[in-house]
Design a protein around this ligand. Sequence first.
Ligand code: GDP
Ligand code: IMO
Ligand code: MG
Length: 430
Amino acid sequence: MIEKNIVIVGAQWGDEGKGKIIDFFAKDANYIVRYQGGHNAGHTLVVNGKTIVLHILPSGILHNNTIALIANGVVLSPEHLINEINMLEKHNYNVRTRIIVSELAHLVFDYHISMDVAREKKLGKHSIGTTKRGIGPAYEDKIARRGLRLGDLHDWEYFSCKLKENVDYYNFQLEKFYNFKCVSYEDIIDKIFLLKNYLIKISGDVSEILKKSQCDKKFTIFEGAQGSLLDIDHGTYPYVTSSSSISGSFSLGSGIGPCYVKNFIGVVKAYSTRVGNGPFPTEIFDELDSYLCKKGNEFGATTGRKRRIGWLDTVLLKKSIEINSFSQLCLTKIDVLDGLKEIKICVGYKNKNGNVRNDKIPRFSKEWTMISPIYEVIEGWNSTTSGIINFEQLPYYAKKFIFRIEEILGIPISIVSTGPNRSDTIIRCI
Ligand code: GDP
Ligand code: IMO
Ligand code: MG
């Protein structure tokens, strides 16, 4: 049985299919909370054959019974938020009356995007491969204590003065250091002025709402964006995002105590992908890469970039399970492996120098170049799993693959996803 209140996060480098799984769980939820990241995320939901891509709105929003909360830990592009609300309303989802955005959420402006683009350009071949949505610079402003928050819109004089200071600060850097085009204060202030009343109307105190929901024993889902290996502290630094994407950040990102949740669920893709640069021990470089990319439609929902593909890496997953306190996993995209003769699972790393088996993940850049994966090879299945909703109907070797992952990781796989549709889902034990 699922205990009330859950945190669902990605266990790999993002794009594990969190959106689909969160949408699946959300049918019984009262509140869905996005608590970190920004519109760098991209979650594709397919409901009754209709595809919806969300970047900032919580993935549970397609159920009309849910109230969507965007909490303090998120960095928010006001324009993007409103465009996304409009897009969903065109699809006949009522959003405006079901969304509350924390007044403490920091805002993303054009200068954050320009800085992101300029920095990536200057880094050249050493670039992070960011989504260029201004997320890193917006979090920097928050930590540097010069950021502007949604609630600052209540004090227009303060807001406009602080914005001017920030524009001047960034234009100096853009022009003098990056040799990059400056941003226009007038353009930014005019845009936000037009959105101001709308934003104030949908803003509120998310921490208070959650406190009340706790008293009322409501079911709340906290949804993580990105993935654990992109976490600013525990990920493959510096090739990470700028927020804490592991499960523990639900508390600081939403303003509710950590005891509010007892159940942490990880979403794992049956293989690995990453978009952007950085270490990837099990990356596939032969023709299987383009085969799986095409079959799994592995193109970023935010930037359209091709995702890099690799085999499932249980060394990284063990670390992910530890740092997130996962009690169960949801395994997605098993159907993408249909028809492969053999499937590899990385069960350890060997040191290139000494052939030494190592179950620890590297922590510093150079260490990543010193290891290569040790694989266990599993027999594939020659039939389709696509759309299967009953575990017993899975091919024998598909079940064996799932059992073996559970055995290596020592944790149950409670949901298996067999296709992008909401209905392509096997429930085993939740
Ligand atoms: P998220 O960022 O973790 O929400 O994942 P994305 O939505 O960015 O990427 C996952 C992609 O895989 C999307 O295109 C989903 O529609 C799709 N997807 C999710 N689960 C499955 C599955 O079990 N099988 C297949 N074939 N596609 C899936
Ligand atoms: P969802 O929620 C996959 C990656 C970028 C880049 C790094 C830093 O859809 O799983 P950023 O723009 O955050 O400064 O980029 O993080 N990245 C993601 N990769 N899925 C995501 O979100 C991502 N959000 C950021 O590609 O490597
Ligand atoms: Mg995604």
